[in-house]
Design a protein around this ligand. Sequence first.
Ligand code: ZN
Length: 400
Amino acid sequence: MLSVAKNLIIRSDRKIVLLVADGLGGLPRPSDGRTELEVAKTPNLDKLVSKGIIGLIEPIEAGISPGSGPAHLALFGYDPVEYELGRGVLEVLGLGMELKDGDIAIRGNFATIKDGKIIDRRAGRISTEENRRIISILKENIQRIEDVEIIWESGLEHRFALILRGPGLGDGVSDTDPQKEGLPPLPPEGRDAPSMKTARILSSIIERASKLLQNEEKANFILFRGISKKPDIPTFQDRYRMKALGLANYPMYRGLARLVGMDVPELGYEFERLIDYYEEHYDEYDFIFIHYKWTDKAGEDGDFERKVRYIEEVDSYLPRIISKNPDVFIFTGDHSTPAMWKGHSWHPVPVLIVAENAGVDDACRLTEREARKGYLGLRRSKEIMQIALALSGRLKKFGA
Ligand code: ZN
């Protein structure tokens, strides 16, 4: 939040709904020079655009392509650089593990070691079932070291994650993955006293795991990376005085929502279930975040047509969302994932805000081209929450 607004927050009963289509922004395709949003037929969105104001938002800074973690924190109104999320933290959130204050989160890899040297950093990409079998051995045998609880979780193929939970742990610890085959693993090294404790626990885990896994053909060693601490981040309740609900099908987004204090039900992988839940529980919350993942997936796959279809699918759900009459409705993406780019990009993302007295523009479609001319202009993603707070009557006047 920007420094001016910090002390201006007041309570209000007006409701804010934020709908995020992941990776929404796109780029023109060569055949006709039109973007995914320009090609998509979005009658419901068009109606809202004519009532609201639009613009473009930059997730982090000009030219910086973000991950979905920081890009969402920005949409939630947090400076994504101030509250940087470590790789380990994002990994454990992605696997649906719950992080508590003081926890250390770590990305793990199974590897193959021979004569003290790593010969395969990914253990031949063992199957996910193999992974689960081995993690269950580790779970059973390595639960606690000193006063620290060890929590394991399987990922896909050779990946897993780990949480260390206990007093006085630091995250200034080096990776043990030498990043190259033919080299011995590196010892974990701590930069300060709390981090030395973490390093000591990790060394002991590695030693015990090596014994337990010594007869495994491929996964006979473990490597640690991205050792990071849960960020000390204020909740929506404390920061905005809002009770918030986060609705998402994928664990990482539920984890991000939980990190800022939202209530986060687990509803499976159908988007429709999120909307059902939204309708049933709308009255209980001040702020509701709804996440739609599939636009990003299609963009990453470079599938322009499929991304268009997914944008149209999001559009088809808008009447149900809007029928609750939220006082402030925001629709945007966390970042752009142009099909032409096949990945997250830095390009600014179109944003729509519908609220009483929001402002005025002539826009009738939400596209990259139209958004440039909108009332909101070009701004940073983290500012959108501040505008939503103002439009919902949560910011009092600055100065007399
Ligand atoms: Zn994303």
